[in-house]
Design a protein. Structure first.
Length: 432
């Protein structure tokens, strides 16, 4: 067993003074004067050794107290000078170290507090991971984005969370960034990076929603193009159709029958082209919703009944189940919302074959229009709500574009997706 320096010093002093006492007794025993003097010197030596021992222990006690204070993260304890140079040098060094540590700790705490406030106030959703790739912290923007409680994400990996956006980010590496589109309309820019924490690497995700900016840019771009096209086409069609009709009226019915028919076909094509351009212009000229309190359940039910005749022509059954939400009342433009329901149900009819079903229901204040027809592929899903995108041979892509604009103007959330069970659902988010 290793003996400490303190006990070695005590043993040395004890042995030394015992030896001195023995020698004094043996050699000076006969001379009482020298013997008494030697004993007095031995006593003085013992007292002096004790004082040295105490002086020796004091720096150790200072060091021990300082270590305990540092262990407890208490940087307020400082020692007062004792008047002894050796100890005072140690005290001075310790006090300087404590001042530096306290200053650094205060600075780190202030930086940490500022960083926490900055993260929490950030307009970008932030998810911070721990060393095991589990989510340790999310900010307020992320909680709103995913509509979850503060502790829902904590201690969970991305693979454990059932969110379409996060499912596409599981293989994202530090330093990578990508643009993710959800439900054909919600667009996010995602960047993954890292920082060093206690010498270890920790990752974080920054998710910025670009949906509104992209929609505004798209609308501005296609609006300008449509207005320019409509102006040129309508001006041309008006003049040419007038010439065609005038010429047709001057021709004899007997002599120029073929030419009259050709001019009639040309005039008819002009009208179709005018209607074609009018459909595009309707998207740009879409008026601000005239909102009023309406029974949304009754509106969607009546629209379903109206569209049932068209579905029955293809032997498709339209099933309407409103349930407990038959009195769902909201502020909306009834004409525009009816147009939305007509477009969505018509699209459902187009993708269904004979014997398939279309189900219209309201669940927890959400409107669902489902069908078990042809599902939407991943490639098409990312383009569904792109302006004027269509999978139909002669489609203009007007229906979903107009539907998108109406719902956005009303402030209603919506999605269109195919589930693994073979059903495709157009969902209009919870209405209050």
């Amino acid at each position: 067993m290793k003996i400490s320096l303190r006990y070695r010093y005590i043993i040395f002093i004890v042995i030394l003074h015992l030896a001195l006492i023995f020698l004094a007794f043996k050699w000076l025993n006969e001379n009482k004067l020298y013997f008494i003097a030697s004993e007095i010197l031995i006593v003085i030596s013992v007292l002096f050794s004790i004082q040295i021992y105490r002086d020796f222990l004091r720096p150790i006690e200072f060091v021990r107290s300082g270590i305990e204070a540092i262990k407890d993260k208490d940087f307020t304890i400082k020692f007062v000078s004792t008047g002894k140079s050796e100890v005072d040098i140690l005290i001075e060094v310790y006090n300087l170290m404590i001042d530096q540590l306290r200053e650094e700790r205060t600075k780190l705490n202030e930086q940490h507090f500022f960083l926490e406030k900055l993260i929490e106030a950030s307009p970008i959703a932030i998810l911070i991971f721990d060393f095991d790739e589990k989510i340790a912290q999310i900010n307020d923007k992320a909680r709103k984005l995913f509509n979850c409680e503060p502790g829902f994400f904590v201690d969970k990996k991305l693979s454990e969370l059932d969110f379409p956006l996060l499912n596409q980010l599981q293989n994202l590496e530090d330093g990578d960034s990508k643009t993710v589109k959800i439900n054909g309309i919600e667009t996010y820019k995602v960047q993954r990076s890292h920082f060093m924490d206690q010498g270890f690497r920790r990752s974080f995700l920054m998710i910025e929603e670009l949906t509104d900016d992209i929609l505004q840019s798209e609308k501005k771009a296609y609006g300008k193009v449509i207005r320019m096209m409509a102006h040129e086409v309508n001006n041309t069609l008006g003049a040419t159709d007038s010439i065609l009709q005038t010429t047709r009226n001057y021709l004899s019915e007997d002599s120029f029958l073929d030419l009259r028919e050709a001019l009639g076909v040309a005039s008819e094509r002009n009208q179709k082209l005018a209607n074609f351009m009018r459909n595009f212009a309707d998207v740009v000229r879409l008026p601000t919703p005239r909102k009023e309190q309406i029974n949304m359940a009754a509106l969607v039910k009546n629209t379903g009944i109206f569209m049932r005749a068209l579905a029955q022509q293809k032997e498709i059954d339209v099933i309407i189940g409103i349930g407990d939400d038959e009195n769902l009342s909201v502020q909306a433009d009834p004409a525009q919302m009816e147009q939305v329901f007509v477009n969505v149900i018509k699209n459902a009819i187009d993708v269904c074959e004979s014997g398939k079903n279309i189900v219209i229901e309201i669940i927890d204040s959400q409107i669902l229009i489902k069908n078990n027809g042809l599902p939407i592929s991943e490639e098409i899903a990312s383009q569904l709500f792109n302006p004027f995108f269509s999978t139909k041979k002669d489609g203009q892509g007007i229906g979903l574009t107009l539907t998108r604009e109406i719902l956005l103007n009303h402030g209603f959330s919506f999605s269109l997706r195919s589930d693994n069970d073979g059903w495709t659902a157009f969902t209009i988010g919870k209405m209050q």
